[in-house]
Design a protein around this ligand. Structure first.
Ligand code: ADP
Ligand code: MG
Length: 254
């Protein structure tokens, strides 16, 4: 059996007294486009942040590519990883947020070059060559010298995707990557994500773009109030939801 790229077993997360993730079980296979939908506040972002070790889970097991996130197992005991080990784990995971968070004082090209140079100590020429290719790939080869303020929201988001790809991640997490964009700019970003999917990138995508989920997604989970309510192939869940909560949510967004 192939190792799942993400495996969550009984994952719980609380912030103080607020119990947010209440036992999440799911598996993302390598090369899969895994879509996560659900009402605002249901815990989607929190779950993505746990995968990327931006939040620590309180109970359960969460692994990426067969490795526990943030823990080493010796025998039947778990040891918390040192920060340096966590950093190594996180290098392999790219994340794209609703807000693009580009470095404002750097050009598009410099934004994409930055992490490999700073984090991996890569030679500048190597980082530059890759960054140029990646900007081409997201359709922005001619904007390399532009600063973020000289780019549209959709272009900035595509630079953010190129920046995440520059670390050559094995998993990409997208947290509502098109929600902050004007409607006419959404398509270009979704096209880039579609291309990534075609190239075999494993992706976990939190989105309200049901068209994308249906056309590109291999699996879809509907989450509500910190639990997985329903999961399956996007076509099945979207056209034939089984649970009232799923039906009610879809009637509002479709
Ligand atoms: P979604 O992405 O599905 O809209 P979130 O994961 O962002 O949901 O949030 C789920 C719940 O967790 C919300 O009620 C939110 O207020 C709460 N929450 C998220 N992050 C924190 C935090 N750092 N501290 C306290 N509460 C948080
Ligand atoms: Mg969110």
């Amino acid at each position: 059996m192939t190792t799942p790229m993400v495996k969550a077993e009984g994952v719980h997360k609380s912030f103080g007294a607020a119990h947010i993730l209440k036992g999440i079980d799911l598996e993302v296979a390598p090369r899969e486009v895994f879509c996560l939908i659900g009402p605002s506040g249901s815990g989607k972002s929190t779950f993505l942040r746990c995968i990327n070790h931006l939040e620590k889970i309180n109970a359960g097991r969460l692994s990426v590519d067969g490795e526990l996130v943030g823990y080493r197992q010796k025998g039947d005991k778990l040891y918390e990883m040192k920060d340096s080990e966590v950093a190594l784990q996180r290098r392999d995971i790219g994340m794209v947020f609703q807000r693009f968070n580009l470095f404002p004082h750097m050009t598009a090209l410099e934004n994409v070059m930055e992490a490999p140079i700073q984090v991996k100590g890569e030679a500048k020429a190597v980082a530059r060559a890759r960054a140029e290719k990646l900007l081409d790939r997201v359709g922005l080869g001619d904007k390399a010298k532009n600063y973020p303020t000289q780019l549209s929201g959709g272009q900035q988001q595509r630079v953010a995707i190129a920046r995440a790809l520059a670390m050559e991640p094995k998993l990409m997490l997208f947290d509502e990557p098109t929600s902050a964009l004007d409607p006419e700019l959404v398509g270009d970003v979704l096209d880039v994500m579609r291309g990534l999917a075609e190239d075999g990138m494993t992706m976990v995508v939190v989105t309200h773009e049901m068209g994308f989920a249906r056309e590109v997604g291999d699996a879809l989970v509907f989450m509500d109030d910190g639990v997985v309510v329903e999961s399956g192939h996007p076509r099945d869940v979207l056209t034939n939801p089984q649970h009232d909560r799923t039906k009610s949510f879809l009637s509002k967004v479709l």
